[in-house]
Design a protein around this ligand. Structure first.
Ligand SMILES: [Zn+2]
Length: 511
C-alpha cells in the first residue's frame, strides 16, 4: 500500500493467530448491510484443514456478537474472548472441517461504514495489516491464504464490488439486492475486500483477457485517471508474468492509505482521482498484484517483499516510460529519506523487533530501502539475470508465501552467485555505508590518490563508481576495508571527481 497524507489511527493492534492450528481453504462470507443502522449481519463459513490435533479452535474475531456456531447442521459450543472466538472441536491433524459463524455487530475498524466526501453513505473494508477480524471471523495473518465467496445483501441503490468474478446480482423484495463475487485465487486476508457505494463504473478496456474497470463516486465520474491502469498493466505482465486475478478494478474508496492493493479490486484514497502522482500510485498498487498478493510474505518482518518490490517496480515502470533520469531522480529522493530515517530508527529492513502495531513497518526501510536493495541487486546481476530471477521467483512462489531467504535462493539459483553477504549487509544490518572520500593530486607522479573511509559499523562490501571526467566511462572501486586507497594516473590535475554519478549506491557520502 501507499501511505496517505492523513493516516491517523489510534486503535490497538493485536497479533493474529500465529500458532497455526489450521490452514483455511475457503471463506464463504455472507454479509448484510443496511441504510438505517451501522449494524452488520454476518454468516461466515470457514473451511479448514487441520495442521495439528485440536480441541479448541481459535478464530480471530473482535467486537462482534456471535449468536451461533455450527458444522454439519450441528450446533457447536464456543466461547468469545476479547480478540478471538474459540470453538470446541475434536479434530486430528489432516482432518477437514467447515464452521459457520453467525453474528452481528457494529465494526469499530476493518469495515468503514461512513459518508464519503460528498456526504453519500459508503461501505469499505480496510484490512491491512490485521484489522479484518474487527468484523470478519478469520485467520488474520498473511501466511494463511484461502479462496473466498462474497455474498453481499444491501439496499439496491448500492453497487457492490469485491475480489474475483461477479457471479450474480439479484434484486430482492424490499428494494434490496444480493451481489455475489467468487475469488478462485487463494488470497491473504489483508487483500480481501468488499465495497458498497453509489459508484459510477467504467470499463476502461481489456488487457489481454483481463477487464480493467474504474469505480469512482458518481460525482467524480468525469475523472478518468484510473483508466491509465490499462497502460501500466501490460508492462508488469511482460516483465514479471501473467496477471493472476479475474479482473482489475480501480476503486475510489475510504481507505486510510493512499492506496491499498486488494487483489483485483484496488482501493485508492477518495482524493486520488486528482492526485498529481496518480500514475505512480497506480503503478505501485498494480505491482503489488504480483508482489504482496500473488506472492505474499510469510510474516510481517518480510514486508519489504511487498513494499520494497512495489516501490522499485514503480520506478522501473517510470524508467521504462520516461527514461533513466526519472529513475535516478527518484532514487536520489529515496536515498535522502533512508539516510534521514536511519538516523532515528535502529532496525534493519527485515525487522524482527515488531510483534504488534505493524503500522510502524510502513517506513523507509520497507519501502525505499527495500526498493534500493533491488536496484543494487539489478546492477550487481545485470538486467538480464535480474529479470530472469524475478520471473523465476514469481513462477515458483505464485499463489504461495515467500520469505527473504526464499527470494535470495531464487536469485542465487539463477545467477550462480552467493548472495548471502549482499542480503545480510543490506537487509539484516541497520546501518548503511557512511563514507568519507578524500582526493589529492601528486604533480610529480601525475596521479590522483583517492581514499575511501568507511565510518559505519559493520563494514560493507560494494562497488563505488566514480569518474574524473564526465565525458568518459565510469570507473569502479571495490570497497570492503575500513580504508580503501587507489592511485589513478592523470596527466593534469582533474577539475573534480563525480562519485556514484549514475546513482547506483546507497551510501551517505561526504567529500
Ligand atoms: Zn504498497
Amino acid at each position: 500500500m501507499k501511505n496517505g497524507f492523513f493516516l491517523c489511527l489510534c486503535t490497538l493492534w493485536f497479533t493474529g493467530a500465529k500458532a497455526q492450528q489450521v490452514d483455511v481453504q475457503h471463506y464463504d462470507i455472507d454479509l448484510t448491510l443496511n441504510d438505517t443502522t451501522n449494524q452488520i449481519e454476518g454468516k461466515v463459513t470457514i473451511a479448514v484443514k487441520y495442521l495439528q490435533n485440536t480441541t479448541r479452535l481459535r478464530i480471530d474475531l473482535a467486537g462482534m456478537n456471535v449468536s451461533g456456531v455450527h458444522a454439519d447442521n450441528k450446533l457447536l459450543q464456543y466461547e468469545q474472548g476479547f480478540n478471538a472466538l474459540y470453538i470446541k472441536v475434536n479434530a486430528k491433524a489432516g482432518d477437514k472441517g467447515a464452521y459457520t459463524v453467525v453474528y452481528t455487530g457494529i465494526p469499530k475498524d476493518g469495515l468503514f461504514i461512513s459518508k464519503n466526501k460528498y456526504g453519500d453513505r459508503t461501505f469499505f473494508t480496510d484490512h491491512w495489516p490485521d484489522r479484518a477480524h474487527q468484523w470478519l471471523p478469520c485467520i488474520d495473518h498473511p501466511s494463511d491464504k484461502a479462496t473466498a465467496t462474497f455474498t453481499v445483501t444491501a439496499p439496491d441503490h448500492y453497487t457492490v464490488v469485491a475480489n474475483g468474478v461477479r457471479v450474480s446480482a439479484t434484486n430482492l423484495p424490499g428494494q434490496l439486492k444480493r451481489t455475489v463475487y467468487d475469488e478462485k485465487v487463494p488470497l491473504p486476508i489483508k487483500v480481501m475486500a468488499i465495497a458498497a457505494a453509489d459508484f459510477s463504473v467504467t470499463h476502461s478496456g481489456d488487457v489481454g483477457k483481463i477487464p480493467v474497470y474504474s469505480y469512482v463516486f458518481h460525482e467524480d465520474s468525469s475523472h478518468q485517471g484510473y483508466a491509465r491502469a490499462t497502460n501500466i498493466l501490460p508492462y508488469f505482465i511482460q516483465q514479471v508474468g501473467p496477471f493472476q486475478f479475474e479482473k482489475l478494478a480501480n476503486i475510489q474508496s475510504k481507505t486510510i492509505f493512499g492506496g491499498m492493493e486488494n487483489a483485483g479490486a484496488i482501493f485508492y484514497a477518495e482524493n486520488s482521482p486528482e492526485y498529481p502522482g496518480l500514475e505512480s500510485l497506480l503503478a505501485h498498487e498494480i505491482a503489488h498484484q504480483w508482489f504482496g498478493d500473488a506472492i505474499t510474505e510469510t510474516d510481517w518482518r518480510h514486508l519489504w517483499l511487498s513494499e520494497g518490490f512495489a516501490t522499485y517496480m514503480t520506478l522501473l515502470y517510470m524508467e521504462h516510460t520516461y527514461g533513466v533520469d526519472t529513475l535516478r531522480a527518484s532514487l536520489k529522493e529515496d536515498k535522502a529519506k533512508i539516510i534521514e530515517f536511519t538516523k532515528n530508527r535502529k532496525t534493519p529492513v527485515v525487522d524482527t523487533t515488531v510483534h504488534s502495531n505493524y503500522m510502524q513497518l510502513l517506513n523507509a526501510n520497507s519501502y525505499e530501502r527495500g526498493g534500493w536493495v533491488l536496484h543494487m541487486l539489478r546492477r550487481k546481476l545485470g538486467d538480464e539475470l535480474f529479470w530472469k530471477g524475478i520471473r523465476q521467483y514469481f513462477k515458483d512462489y505464485n499463489g504461495r508465501n515467500a520469505s527473504t531467504d526464499d527470494f535470495r535462493k531464487e536469485m542465487e539459483k539463477i545467477s550462480g552467485q552467493d548472495l548471502k553477504g549482499f542480503f545480510t549487509q543490506w537487509l539484516y544490518t541497520t546501518a548503511i555505508p557512511k563514507l568519507q572520500v578524500n582526493m589529492s593530486y601528486n604533480e610529480n607522479t601525475h596521479a590522483v590518490k583517492l581514499e575511501v573511509i568507511q565510518q559505519q559499523t559493520p563494514l560493507f562490501e560494494f562497488p563505488l563508481e566514480y569518474t574524473l571526467d564526465k565525458s568518459k566511462p565510469v570507473q569502479t572501486i571495490l570497497v570492503k576495508d575500513k580504508i580503501t586507497t587507489v592511485i589513478i594516473p592523470a596527466v593534469t590535475k582533474p577539475a573534480g571527481i563525480w562519485l556514484d554519478p549514475d546513482t547506483n549506491l546507497l551510501a551517505d557520502m561526504s567529500f
